[in-house]
Design a protein around this ligand. Structure first.
Ligand code: ZN
Length: 273
């Protein structure tokens, strides 16, 4: 399987830099996944976040003849400091390792839904936000898995990763809130709540633990201001997507159904919510 690494927004002129970034990372770690050949290749579209990993296989619009793995870096990646670039690439590599093996069925479920929903970018306004939030919420299953996997497979890095994860939560709390209709705002709050639940499971230092507790209270309060029907819908999804589920370790079994149900529920909420 080939591995493509490059920047988003079609930045071909940064291909060399992308390759240098990858080579440096690769020389400093035992990779959790395998690949045959490397290609430095920019990705035409935008991505949300600092980096993204995807396995392109049959059914995906970018699939040609062979399956390949892709890591896309956003411009924001260049703002990362110290061990953050390493931790980000390790996280993306753990995603690829899971897509290739134990989460292949879950990843396939996502791929089919993405194709079915014609990729969010082609939508506009509230429909676009709804589509992005649907996948953002369902993707929290992959996010929790990758974080747990880092703790298990790279225990020496778990403390640094937890600090970085909490740092990202602080940044996200400081970011201006998007203006969204109430139910969609509820989904955005739930996505952050699930990340904070995950942060609470990862933190190791008292200062970080206190910050996570404070951030959780802020989101809880914001959720309480939503109407009861919205809260009921959010509570339903929260139980299913929670990284604290006692059966989280069997994600590969229950994940595909929960992924499909989450995206289906959110996509079928009326457009004017
Ligand atoms: Zn991730």
């Amino acid at each position: 399987m080939e591995l493509w690494v490059g920047f988003s927004a079609g930045r071909m002129e940064w291909n060399q830099q992308a390759e240098a970034i990858w080579r440096k990372f690769e020389s400093s770690v035992v990779l959790p996944f395998t690949y045959s050949t490397f290609r430095a290749k920019a990705y035409a579209g935008p991505i949300s976040g600092k980096a993204a990993a995807v396995l392109i296989g049959p059914g995906h619009p970018d699939f040609r003849r062979h399956e390949y793995a892709r890591i896309v870096l956003d411009r924001q990646f260049l703002d990362l400091r110290d061990d953050q670039p390493f931790l980000t690439l390790l996280h993306e590599s753990l995603h690829l390792a899971s897509f290739q093996t134990y989460l292949a069925t879950l990843h396939q479920a996502k791929r089919e839904l993405v194709v079915h929903h014609d990729q969010c970018e082609e939508l506009q306004g509230a429909e676009l936000s709804k589509c992005q939030l649907a996948f953002l919420l369902a993707d929290q299953l992959f996010e929790a898995d990758a974080e747990f996997s880092l703790v298990t497979r790279y225990p020496d890095w778990a403390g640094a990763r937890a600090r970085f994860f909490v740092e990202m939560r602080r940044q996200s709390a400081a970011a201006p809130e998007p203006t969204l209709p109430p139910l969609l705002r509820g989904y955005a709050l739930l996505a952050e709540m699930l990340r904070l639940e995950l942060a609470a499971l990862l933190v190791r230092e008292d200062g970080d633990r206190d910050d996570v507790a404070t951030l959780r209270r802020t989101i809880e309060t914001a959720m309480l201001s939503l109407d009861p029907a919205t809260r009921q819908q959010l509570d339903y999804l929260r139980v299913r997507l929670s990284p604290s589920r006692p059966d989280f370790t069997s994600l590969k079994d229950w994940g595909p159904d929960v992924y499909r149900e989450t995206v289906g529920r959110i996509m079928s909420t009326p457009g004017s919510v």
